[in-house]
Design a binder for this molecule. Structure first.
Ligand SMILES: [Zn+2]
Length: 224
């Protein structure tokens, strides 16, 4: 029995055996790049790029997708945009020009000062009320989206609150790059049977109390 080497129970060799946390971290890189943002300014963007193997060895499930957050931001942008468009185009906050009866008080600012040539015949102003409705609905959608995101985040935190148990077991896993299997070393109650990535995930996640998620998020090694 050797304590210094970790032979793979599948191929009986140790040259391609690596601790699971090392494999996991080696497959995750922070990639920094210069990108142009929506305003046309250059900015430095850092994002994590991970390999399929690293993803398959993750000790915790994927957090809830934040793509829906982008939807919420989009709704906010639509709400602000339509509100500004309606407020400027429909002059919601300008003095009402004496339309029918109340012609007694002069509104102060002649129309041609607001960019409309005085020689043009007066046209009926287009209704901008629909922009107000779109703005209000988009705002409502944004509020709903952010409520959903907040609820998902708290649910995820509750489900994974015992993740340190899972990580303790996870840290004792050894991955063989030749066999593509993981085995445990020195874990009471676990033998050294080579495990598939999915079986390893199930054992680790069950230890953390979220084993049912291992069936939904399967450890598919997309790098192969
Ligand atoms: Zn092996």
């Amino acid at each position: 029995m050797s304590r210094t080497t970790h032979t793979c129970p599948g191929c009986d060799r140790e040259d391609l055996v690596q601790a699971v946390p090392a494999v996991y971290l080696a497959g995750r890189n922070a990639v920094t790049s210069r990108e142009r943002d929506s305003d046309g300014d250059m900015r430095t963007v850092t994002r994590t790029v991970s390999t399929g193997l690293s993803d398959a060895l993750a000790p915790v499930p994927e957090p809830p997708t934040y793509a829906i957050s982008c939807l919420g931001l989009l709704a906010v942008a639509v709400s602000v945009g339509t509100f500004l468009g309606g407020a400027l185009g429909g002059k919601w906050f300008a003095d009402e020009p004496g339309s029918e009866a109340a012609g007694s008080e002069p509104s102060g600012v002649p129309d041609y000062w607001q960019g409309i040539p005085a020689v043009q015949p007066p046209e009926p102003p287009p209704s901008y009320a629909f922009l107000g409705w779109i703005s209000a609905l988009a705002l409502l959608a944004a509020v709903l989206v952010f409520a959903v995101v907040a609820r998902r985040r708290s649910a995820f935190a509750r489900i994974t609150r015992r993740r340190h148990h899972a990580e303790e077991l996870w840290a004792r896993g050894w991955y063989c790059h030749r066999c593509g299997t993981v085995h445990f070393e020195g874990v009471p109650g676990e033998d050294r049977t080579p495990l598939t990535l999915q079986r390893f995930r199930e054992k680790v996640w069950e230890h953390g109390g979220y084993g049912d998620l291992a069936g939904q998020q399967r450890a598919v090694n997309r790098a192969r």
